[in-house]
Design a protein around this ligand. Structure first.
Ligand SMILES: Nc1nc2c(ncn2[C@@H]2O[C@H](COP(=O)(O)OP(=O)(O)OP(=O)(O)O)[C@@H](O)[C@H]2O)c(=O)[nH]1
Ligand SMILES: [Mg+2]
Length: 369
């Protein structure tokens, strides 16, 4: 779906004011970064999911559509009473105004999806999530009795959304409570990093809660590699959104295109007025010209445009606060329906055929299909 985010009545510009672009050019870019190890993980999910009590799907709060992978809906739906909880990570980078939080709430209510917002590195917030897990475990135990393999949750999501960081935080809390029993056992159990594709294989079970006086079940998590979307459910906006939050390899898409998309989003979100201090250079006068922006950001004459673009997008990827990478968020409910969007994605995905995905991976060395 290619969006034209033409303004409703929300954007009122007078004759002399700056007009942002409402549509982003369809540059020639790769529309997927789906990889062989992801296919392997998906196959493993088939065997694992029936043994799970819950699936948690992590998404980046700054890209609620781009980091939403309908593959996980398909997987959870196969197991009818499987609880699926959506966790929006990077809450610390979320826009502060209430409009966005309200929009998310409306979207999820439309679908009957439960969601939680958190910073995966924040102990208090992670402790609250642990309480949700404990509560779910407790409820299940009350109804179904003792689970010999413990309460199990599969941690899923697109690459680089914070899955392993969250597991490490939960494990650190567990370690703190059980120090005398655990001795020098490692606190960090999962490797993390700022690039997409750090976790390559599905982990063994990771214990994050012991038996308690109230519950005989231990709680376990399973870390998994980030799973991207195949080309048939991707599009230009989604791919650029993923690039800006680091969910596809950063060098997959030309940094100038990424920087231009960032500029397009900043202008649409009125950064030159609302967050002037974050708008690039020249007394912060707005522009739609990415080369003008790169000139403003250049620190020395010898620095080329590409490296300026890389520096700029990296900064926003890691610390960019207050920006949303999916422009559809700016549209009214009449202009954009979340439910329709998700159903459309599910339709395009069709049956999740691993054979089909595998054939395409084999046939195309660039893994772009
Ligand atoms: N600001 C912020 N950064 C986070 C948060 N959660 C994770 N990160 C950072 O995001 C990056 C990716 O985290 P990982 O935990 O490796 O992500 P992942 O989902 O396991 O990634 P893959 O294994 O590649 O699929 C790391 O640099 C983390 O420090 C968060 O809530 N807020
Ligand atoms: Mg990981």
């Amino acid at each position: 779906m290619h969006m034209n985010v033409k303004p409703g009545r929300r954007w009122i510009f007078n004759a002399t004011s700056f007009v942002p672009r409402y549509e982003f050019p369809k540059y020639n870019i790769a529309l997927t970064d789906f990889k062989g190890h992801q296919l392997k993980a998906l196959r493993k999910f088939e065997r694992l999911v029936p043994q799970m009590n819950m699936i948690m799907e992590l998404r980046d709060i700054r890209a609620p559509l781009s980091t939403r992978n309908v593959i996980f809906d398909r997987i959870a739906r196969k197991e009818h009473d499987m609880l699926k909880l959506v966790l929006y990570t990077r809450k610390d980078l979320m826009p502060e105004d209430k409009t966005y939080a309200n929009k998310l709430k409306q979207w999820h209510e439309e679908l009957g999806e439960k969601f939680v917002l958190l910073d995966c590195r924040n102990k208090t917030e992670v402790k609250n999530l642990l309480k949700i897990l404990e509560w779910q475990n407790f409820e299940l135990e009350k109804n179904g009795g003792y689970l010999p393999m413990g309460y199990r949750a599969l941690i899923t999501g697109m690459p680089n959304v914070g899955k392993s960081t969250l597991i490490n935080s939960l494990r650190a809390i567990f370690h703190e409570h059980n120090q005398e029993h655990m001795g020098s056992k490692r606190k960090k159990v999962a490797r993390t990093g700022a690039e997409a594709g750090v976790t390559r294989t599905t982990s063994e079970v990771i214990k994050v809660a012991s038996k308690t006086a109230e519950s005989k079940n231990e709680i376990y998590l399973i870390d998994t590699p980030g799973i991207g979307v195949p080309g048939r459910i991707s599009d230009h906006n989604r791919m650029l959104g993923l690039a800006l939050c680091g969910s596809v390899k950063t060098n997959l898409i030309d940094p100038i295109f990424q920087a231009d998309y960032l500029l397009y989003l900043m202008n649409l979100q009125n950064f030159c007025k609302r967050k002037k201090e974050l708008y690039p250079g020249s007394n912060n006068s707005p522009t739609n010209d990415i080369y003008e922006v790169l000139r403003r950001l250049q620190v020395s004459k010898s620095q080329n445009e590409k490296s300026v673009a890389i520096e700029w997008i990296n900064k926003w990827r890691l610390q960019g606060k207050g920006i949303i990478f999916d422009p559809e968020v700016l549209l009214s409910n009449d202009e954009f329906s979340y439910k329709k969007y998700v159903n459309n994605q599910l339709e395009k995905l069709g049956d999740l055929s691993y054979e089909g995905l595998s054939q395409k991976l084999k046939g195309n060395p660039n893994q772009v299909f």
